[in-house]
Design a protein around this ligand. Structure first.
Ligand code: UD1
Ligand code: MG
Length: 458
């Protein structure tokens, strides 16, 4: 998803409050619901991102002590307010009032658990309130399964007169599928006064924000509703809804990539974070996860079963069923199947890392081959070197990590064990099963256990 700050017609004077201080007990998780990541981004920050494409003023994240960590993950400039205890959505908005900027005249209130919210819905709701010239407007939709939502009661003119929470609803009211989306636009002055009049529910002790709707109706201004589609207004309260939201976001992201020319045969099994950039003409096979600030260059192919995190993949690369993290592949590099590229690796142009190889903080020059079953840690390998099957760098002596350097054009025999710190010269070689304990000059050959060094030969 592109950052929103480039949007041409963003509104000013509209300040959003995103309610994210709830416990989210229906998720059954220790971590508060609004922090749960959907494609790498905490749920409430999807809402913030969407609002940001519509309104230019900084939004307010309303947080609890348990969700305070969200603020550090939000875009710079995001404001914060704290609700010390989860005493209901009405109390939550009260807690945000002192943080409202002086110039804020219109307040958008959104729930941090509606991650699918589309910017077009937000703009339409703002427009609806302005057109109706009333203090409050809200979004509603017909839910396929209305369980858990507040039901919206309408008057003959189709305006909302009351919201009845499910727990307070009669069986008859529960039959209604017209539900409150939890998205409101309110005139600031009216909001501040009306909030003071809210009283706690006798049943739960919570102060319901939804009681503002009855307050507006009682004051002669029943709220217009923006009838949206459930597709972007559904709330996430439990694990099933969480999975549904994740799938919807995945589809949205993948559709965007396909429109830009990325090939996917089965987008239902491909999970790409909104922070990932993929060039046209990249092919992504089924069962792939790509996360973090990753970029993938044109004509690369990410084959089935790969996981790539926070990495730069060049043009024309192939990644086969491999795990790559915080690393770089230069153009034409090939990795896998079943390779593990751990943080800090830089795989040279046209290099090949084969099956069951593990690399950590290792730099491979162009055209290096690490074909099979090797472990290279803290190692630099010069151009076109060939690392034989089962070559292992013993880079850790139990106390510290040590570096290995392997020169350009070097060749390690099968099962070579390199005890770091150590340097193998350019075009040096080791025989099969060599245990190398000391530096090898350019062009030298080492054989045996421990290695006997034969110089002057290639
Ligand atoms: C709320 C609405 C309901 C609506 C639904 C839409 C109320 C009383 N009910 O119900 O009418 O249909 O959203 O999804 O508003 N939160 C706080 N502080 C609190 C309580 C909640 O910040 O003290 C936050 C939560 O983190 C969450 C949002 O407010 O992001 C909504 O709270 P939640 O408990 O999910 O309310 P619902 O039962 O879904
Ligand atoms: Mg909810």
């Amino acid at each position: 998803m592109t950052p929103s700050s480039t949007g041409p017609e963003r509104l000013s004077g509209v300040t959003a409050i995103i309610l994210a201080a709830g416990v989210g007990s229906r998720m059954g998780a220790a971590e508060p619901k609004v922090l749960h990541p959907l494609l790498g981004r905490p749920m409430a920050l999807w809402v913030l991102e969407s609002i940001h494409t519509v309104a230019s003023d900084p939004a307010i994240l309303l947080l609890s002590p348990a969700t305070a960590a969200l603020h550090a993950l939000a875009p710079k400039g995001t404001l914060r307010a704290e609700q010390p205890e989860p005493r209901g959505t009405g109390d939550a908005v009260r807690c945000a009032i002192p943080v409202l900027p002086v110039g804020a005249t219109e307040i958008l209130i959104a729930c941090g658990d509606t991650p699918l919210l589309e910017p077009s819905t937000i703009s339409a709701l703002i427009a609806a309130r302005r057109a109706a010239k009333v203090p409050l407007a809200l979004a509603a939709f017909h839910a396929e399964d209305p369980t858990g939502y507040g039901r919206v009661e309408l008057n003959d003119a189709g305006r909302a007169t009351r919201i009845i929470e499910e727990r307070d609803a009669s069986p008859e009211t529960r039959e209604s599928d017209l539900v409150n989306a939890g998205l409101y636009v309110v005139e600031r002055a009216w909001l501040e006064t009306a909030l003071k009049g809210l009283v706690a529910s006798k049943a739960t002790g919570e102060i319901y924000l939804t009681d503002l709707v009855a307050a507006a109706a009682a004051a002669g201004s029943p709220a217009p509703i923006l009838l949206g589609s459930g597709a972007d207004l559904e709330g996430v309260n439990d694990r099933r809804q969480f999975a549904d939201a994740a799938a919807a976001l995945r589809e949205r992201i993948n559709a965007g990539h396909m429109e830009r020319g990325v090939g996917m045969v089965d987008p239902t099994t491909i999970w790409i974070d909104p922070t990932v950039e993929i060039a046209a003409d990249v092919t992504i096979e089924p069962n792939v996860m790509i996360s973090g600030a990753t970029a993938i260059g044109a004509r690369s192919c990410i084959e089935s079963g790969s996981r790539i995190h926070q990495s730069q993949i060049g043009e024309g690369c192939t990644v086969r069923s491999s795990d790559i993290s915080e690393s770089r592949l230069r153009d034409g590099a090939e990795v896998g199947p079943f390779a593990h590229i751990r943080p800090g690796c830089d795989i040279g142009a046209g290099a090949h890392v084969g099956n069951y190889a593990e690399l950590k903080a290792t730099i491979l020059g162009a055209r290096v081959k690490v074909g099979h079953h090797s472990y290279l840690g803290d190692t630099t390998v010069g151009e076109a070197a060939n690392i034989g099957a089962g070559t292992i760098t013993a880079n850790y002596d139990g106390v510290a990590k040590h570096a290995t350097s392997i020169g350009a054009g070097a060749f390690t025999g099968i099962g070579t064990l390199i005890v770091a710190p150590l340097s193998m010269g350019a075009k040096s070689k080791t025989g099969a099963g060599t245990v190398l304990l000391e530096d090898l000059p350019d062009g030298a050959l080492a054989v045996g256990v421990p290695a006997r060094i034969i110089t002057g030969r290639e």
